[in-house]
Ligand binder design. Structure first.
Ligand SMILES: [Zn+2]
Length: 217
């Protein structure tokens, strides 16, 4: 069966809908338009204006914000004259010390490591495309970045922070630190990054650069 479907795809140049496998002629919507699958309604493509430039700028902003979000205090609490401040990593360490190792690892991956790798890959890819620099790893980086998309869960961590703050407010007054503001800004940036990334255009540009590189070799 795979042979048959490959044959159909090659001879007529159809794309399969990723959701329902309906064979479709590749649509080329203009900027501002959307292409949906006529059977299941899945959004197939939505070209964005200046997606490469936008992604490059947002990645730089995200990369810079990642450090204050991780290393500046998020919340400060004063109990009996003692000031305690919490960093992003404090939550992970607290879980680890409480014996919840698996949860600590998942929280660390989804809120620290994966967001950092995702932003770095997005910076690398959009930087290469922006400056028209071919690189043989571009396609691999792009695949990794699209897979990692599902694992970046900063907003879940923010919900945890809000719940903890509401509970702590009943005990003592809280002081919100720059780490929290940077973290909220980082969430906004990563959401804009994911929603504004025109993967069709990125793949097209990667292919163009690969061809350019092959010609020069
Ligand atoms: Zn479909």
């Amino acid at each position: 069966m795979p042979h048959l479907s490959t044959k159909v795809m090659n001879s007529t140049n159809f794309d399969a809908c990723p959701e329902c496998d309906l064979l479709l002629k590749p649509a080329q919507p203009k900027i501002g338009e959307k292409a949906h699958c006529p059977r299941c309604g899945l959004l197939l493509s939505r070209p964005h204006k200046q997606s490469v430039e936008r992604t490059f700028a947002l990645s730089i902003a995200g990369f810079i914000l990642f450090f204050p979000a991780n290393f500046l205090p998020m919340v400060g609490i004063t109990v009996l004259g003692n000031v305690n401040t919490g960093l992003l990593m404090s939550g992970v360490l607290a879980l680890f010390n409480d014996g919840m190792v698996a949860v600590a690892i998942v929280v660390f991956l989804a809120s620290v490591l994966f967001p950092l790798v995702h932003i770095s890959l997005s910076l690398l890819i959009s930087g290469h495309l922006y400056f028209n620099r071919p690189n043989r790893n571009l396609a691999m980086w792009m695949r990794w970045m699209l897979h990692l998309d599902e694992w970046v869960m900063l907003e879940v961590y923010l919900l945890g922070i809000i719940v903890a703050c509401v509970k702590l407010m009943a005990i003592a007054p809280l002081k919100f630190g720059w780490g929290l503001y940077a973290f909220i800004a980082l969430i906004i940036i990563t959401t804009m990054l994911t929603s504004g990334l025109d993967s069709g255009l990125f793949w097209q540009r990667i292919e163009q650069l690969r061809k350019k590189d092959n010609h020069e070799c």
